[in-house]
Design a protein around this ligand. Structure first.
Ligand SMILES: Cc1cc2nc3c(=O)[nH]c(=O)nc-3n(C[C@H](O)[C@H](O)[C@H](O)COP(=O)(O)OP(=O)(O)OC[C@H]3O[C@@H](n4cnc5c(N)ncnc54)[C@H](O)[C@@H]3O)c2cc1C
Length: 341
């Protein structure tokens, strides 16, 4: 294990924000991972598992413990419909590989930054797919016992942007591998409006959908592109809120509109687009507040506009948005990226 001190975390996050980790190590083997955890335990330090840093907001003061940067990559093992991917594999390269082989099931999740191990944590989703639909098993290291454990899909308790790994058992497990069940028939999911419009009546192969999704993402600044300030973000900063259906009328009234865009969520609830709430509250695409702002192409992405923003800048904008939306509509927006301090 190679241990470093006072390592700036900003370059390891897609927001390019954050102070130093007191200790930092990049682990590329299971043995190094165990050694790193042993070090943190012996020194009485908290530890944090860092993947691609694409769903992360790091405090300006940094992190007082050990940051373990996951590099456990490996070949994807394909056994019929089952594809086992090591947690440290770049998510997009796994998706591309599966699509190239003609498998469908993850093609709409093309271009999502980060590593494969992070995908079950918040049940990543986009364009009509989420990983909960195709994950067969998740293998993880139990930080209490240091034993390897394996979870079937139903045991992961997947919900919208949620699993046991980021809710009831937060910080208990490190995901080391994920097994997906993909379809060899290669019939891609084309339920999302942008994709339907793109393909019309055509029956595209998974790889064509992969490319189309990346194109749509690029046009919205949701693909990581080196010099594109709109992609200096942590993706969507707020979750879409779920509210009782009965509240919709009051929200429409408060917004001065006939009806509120929403879609059903369970029997008596509705999910609202957080982007619509931001727009109604005056936070539009391209909004700027000092060094930070809102992407000019995606209302939900808070961005480090200049590359010089601090965490405090982002928190100021976040709090202004949350307060305005709550004041107008009585809805408290929930932050999606993990806050590390
Ligand atoms: C431009 C852009 C677009 C995005 N688009 C989407 C989108 O369409 N849909 C979507 O759902 N998300 C999206 N995201 C968010 C993000 O890419 C995903 O949540 C991604 O899966 C995070 O993975 P990561 O490896 O970067 O995790 P990190 O940001 O490094 O970590 C996030 C959290 O997960 C934990 N974690 C990471 N890996 C593991 C592991 N192996 N075991 C246990 N815990 C772990 C970390 O400890 C941390 O708490 C987007 C982000 C950006 C910047």
């Amino acid at each position: 294990m190679h241990l470093e001190r006072n390592v700036s975390l900003a370059p390891y996050t897609t927001l390019r924000i954050g102070g130093p980790a007191r200790f930092y190590t990049r682990v590329t083997t299971y043995a190094e991972l165990i050694e790193a955890l042993g070090f943190a335990r012996a020194e009485g330090l908290p530890s944090f598992l860092l993947g691609g840093g694409s769903n992360l907001l790091v405090a300006d003061e940094g992190y007082p413990g050990l940051v373990i940067h996951l590099g456990l990559a490996g070949d994807t093992v394909v056994d019929g419909e089952l594809h086992e991917v090591a947690a440290g594999t770049e998510w997009d390269s796994f998706v591309r590989g599966a699509c190239e082989l003609g498998y469908s099931g993850v093609e709409c999740l093309a271009g999502i930054p980060g590593l494969a191990g992070g995908t079950p944590v918040q049940n990543v989703g986009a364009y009509g797919q989420e990983v909960a639909q195709t994950i067969a098993r998740v293998t993880a290291l139990d930080l209490e016992t240091l034993a390897t454990v394996s979870f079937a899909n139903s045991e992961c308790r997947f919900a919208y942007r949620q699993s046991l790994f980021n809710s009831t058992h937060r910080n208990r497990y490190i995901v080391t591998a994920v097994r997906f069940r993909l379809s060899p028939e290669g019939r891609p999911n084309l339920t999302y409006a942008d994709l339907k419009q793109h393909f019309g009546d055509a029956r595209p192969a998974p790889l064509e959908v992969y490319e189309a999704v990346r194109g749509i993402r690029r046009s919205k600044g949701m693909l990581l592109v080196e010099d594109d300030p709109d992609s200096r973000s942590a993706g969507s900063f707020f979750k879409n809120p779920v509210i009782p259906v009965g509240q919709l009328e009051g929200i429409a009234k408060a917004a001065g509109v006939a009806s509120v865009p929403n879609w059903p969520s369970g029997v008596e609830n509705a999910k609202l687009p957080a982007a619509w709430l931001l727009d109604q509250a005056g936070f539009h695409k391209g909004f700027a507040l000092g060094e930070v702002g809102i992407s000019s192409r995606h209302t939900l992405a808070l961005i480090n506009r200049t590359g010089r923003a601090t965490c405090v800048d982002i928190l100021r904008l976040r709090d202004a948005i949350v307060a305005e939306v709550q004041g107008r509509f009585g809805i408290r927006l929930e932050q999606e990226p993990v806050y590390l301090a």
